[in-house]
Design a protein around this ligand. Structure first.
Ligand SMILES: Cc1ncc(C[n+]2csc(CCO)c2C)c(N)n1
Length: 221
């Protein structure tokens, strides 16, 4: 079994609970409140800024220029393309995206998740960076693909663009490439490194679930 398959198997219950989480169900049923959407976008904007920096720290650990190109492309995607799902959410909530980008205070869960990724990236191996960023990608591809197959939303669904963005074939390919990169790295990694990679992956999976919980409950300090 490939290393990424092992990780996915160990995290299966968390993946299932993300699919069934009330925030994710709220997207599917278009039943989220304006406050829940706004809270999510405010925190996610801050989260994605850190996520791009974590890729940057990963880039500094690369062994080849091809690997550097990969992180470089992914950073560009976050800065330029990941704004689209946020814009969809803002449209549904009836607020301007620009207004949400100013003055938000980090909620505890978002802060915890960002600190987790940053400490893995600052002190860990390239493998740890890959394992720690992978759940962000994988859980969204999983939940969006699940929604597409379960409810087949049509273009008049308020969140259609958000769901389609993450269920897209290219999004899936980007995730599969990350898995392959992680598997190649793991093939020659030591046991201690792999154990840290497992921990980084599992904590990020838990934090993905908690991030939805944070938005659903409007968590604050
Ligand atoms: C908390 C949180 N987790 C995952 C995503 C989705 N996402 C962010 S970056 C990325 C990889 C492709 O750029 C994906 C799928 C999000 N927005 N917020």
């Amino acid at each position: 079994m490939r290393f990424s398959e092992e990780l996915r198997r160990d995290a299966d219950l968390i993946f299932q609970s993300i699919r069934n989480h009330p925030f994710v169900q709220g997207i599917q049923q278009a039943s989220l409140s304006r406050e829940q959407i706004v809270h999510y976008v405010q925190q996610d904007y801050l989260y994605l800024t850190t996520y791009a920096k974590v890729y940057g720290l990963g880039l500094a650990k690369c062994r080849t220029r091809d690997e550097m190109q990969d992180f470089h492309r992914r950073i560009g995607f976050i800065l330029n393309d990941e704004v689209h799902p946020h814009v969809t959410l803002c449209r549904v909530a009836g607020v301007s995206y620009e207004s949400l980008q100013r003055g938000a205070t980090l909620a505890p869960t978002a802060q915890h998740y960002m600190s987790h990724m940053l400490s893995c990236a600052a002190t860990g191996s390239l493998g740890e960076v890959l394992a720690t960023v992978l759940p962000c990608h994988w859980t969204y591809v999983d939940l969006a693909t699940d929604m597409m197959t379960r409810v087949s939303p049509t273009a008049d669904h308020p969140f259609y663009d958000w769901i389609a963005f993450y269920a897209d074939r290219d999004m899936h390919a980007g995730m599969a490439d990350l898995c392959r990169w992680l598997d190649d790295y793991a093939a020659s990694a030591g046991e201690e490194d792999k154990s840290r990679m497992r921990t980084g992956f599992m904590v990020s999976c838990q934090m993905e679930r908690r991030f939805f919980e944070m938005a659903y409950t409007l968590e604050s300090w």
